[in-house]
Design a protein around this ligand. Structure first.
Ligand code: AMP
Ligand code: MG
Length: 400
């Protein structure tokens, strides 16, 4: 038996290099991992500018009390530049974002002034008000985006604000997915007696795509040594990761194990966890290999625990795990010591605290327990039964 934590550590140790980088236009980088630090080549904003529509003045012309009339000498739209210098007694009509003219340091919002002929009547105002300063967002030379970060809309916006049109990002890892088992039938086909429809290949595909990788669908493989052997080797030729479900426990037809024992380089673990004990991990040819258990909940859970961090490391990510939360258990939960147990949970914020309850029956074949849930409730190895009111760890399905 191996602990969840040790299994995770061993898996991550094997992944020594990320996939290759590629240069992509900004429109194509959402969700990708940045391959290099991005340094600012310029200040943002590039000049001092007005934060409002109004009148730019020199603070020396602002009356301490009462009002003062200033001559409006020109009008400046965003995108144009005032060529001259504002002289004492003068104001410039200015729009939001337009560069501050030489000689001015303060802007009166148009709502607080009065216009009369060629004059603007101003009251008092703090010097420097309503202006934005060159470099107040980003200074040239700053590392604004760090390698290994995932590009969200705001990171892409920051890159664009620096004038960058493309970014060096990691390719998406390619993951070949195969379902094993004579009993497994393709959805949409006629099911023979004794068969079940393949759900794992579809839930795993979604998990792979959610993790930022791309899927190569290699279909269903029967429990037949020669065919399984050939299909796994072929899958390894066109993928960074080969992912199977089923066939890794100790049944007579659990051939993934037999095939891979022959191929070599694979460890077969009994992980001290519930659900999802058996797990095969290693390499086939140049590809990484994960053999997940066949039970639908177990295959999703083992993906969450073991495959996603590996895919994230392959993709060059800095953060490999989602952040766990603490929540109050709303019901008693049975738990055996010596293994880590994962219940499907519904996490909500109620009664001024984070609360979690289970989805009901927790069998590892009850896939609808996953549709009702939004998290795994994680009960650590050393812990026994959990009483209502005690606090437990929770891992969200979608990482935060
Ligand atoms: P195995 O590990 O191959 O013995 O499979 C364990 C259980 O998971 C059995 O009940 C299988 O029928 C079921 N199972 C295996 N593969 C799939 C699949 N692709 N979709 C749904 N259930 C599966
Ligand atoms: Mg099987």
């Amino acid at each position: 038996m191996i602990s969840v934590r040790d299994a995770q550590a061993h898996i991550l140790e094997r992944i020594t290099a990320p996939v290759q980088p590629e240069l992509l236009p900004l429109a194509a980088v959402l969700g990708r991992v940045l391959a290099d630090n991005v340094r600012a080549g310029m200040d943002v904003p590039p000049t001092d500018n007005s934060a409002v529509d109004g009148y730019a003045v020199a603070s020396a012309d602002i009356p301490a009390s009462g009002t003062r009339a200033l001559e409006v000498v020109a009008e400046l739209a965003a995108g144009s530049v005032f060529a001259g210098t504002l002289r004492p007694g003068q104001a410039l009509r200015i729009m939001t974002g337009a560069p501050m003219p030489a000689g001015a340091d303060t802007v009166f919002p148009q709502e607080v002034v009065e216009r009369r002929d060629g004059l603007v009547i101003v009251g008092s105002l703090a010097a420097g008000a309503n202006t934005r300063h060159r470099g107040e967002d980003v200074q040239a030379g700053d590392v604004v985006l760090a390698a290994g970060g995932v590009l969200r809309p705001q990171e892409i916006g920051v890159a664009a604000s620096l004038g960058l049109a493309q970014l060096l990002v990691r390719q998406r890892p390619r993951v070949a997915i195969l379902s094993t088992g004579d009993e497994v039938a393709e959805p949409g086909s006629v099911r023979k007696p004794g068969q079940i429809y393949d759900s794992n290949r579809f839930s795993l595909r979604g998990l792979v795509e959610d993790a930022g990788a791309t899927v190569v669908d290699d279909g269903i493989v029967p429990d037949q040594f020669g065919e399984l052997h050939a299909r796994l080797l072929r899958a390894a030729e066109h993928a960074d990761v080969v992912l199977t479900s089923g066939g890794v426990s100790v049944g007579d037809y659990d051939l993934v194990k037999a095939v891979l024992q022959q191929a070599g380089g694979i460890d077969f673990w009994q992980v001290a966890m519930q659900p999802g004990r058996p797990l095969a991990v290693g390499g086939i040819g140049p590809a990484h290999f994960f053999g997940l258990p066949g039970n639908p909940v177990a295959s999703m859970l083992t993906f969450h625990l073991f495959v996603r961090p590996a895919l994230w490391k392959l993709a060059g990510r800095r953060e490999l795990f989602g952040r766990p939360f603490r929540a109050t258990a709303l019901e008693p939960m049975g738990k055996k010591t010596g293994r880590r147990e994962f219940k499907r949970g519904i996490l909500s914020y109620d009664n001024d605290r984070w609360e979690v309850r289970t989805t009901g029956p927790q069998g590892s074949g009850i896939l609808t327990s996953m549709t009702a849930a939004n998290c795994f409730i994680v009960i650590e190895e050393e812990r026994g039964d959990v009483a209502a009111g005690e606090s437990v760890w929770v891992e969200l399905f979608q990482a935060l």
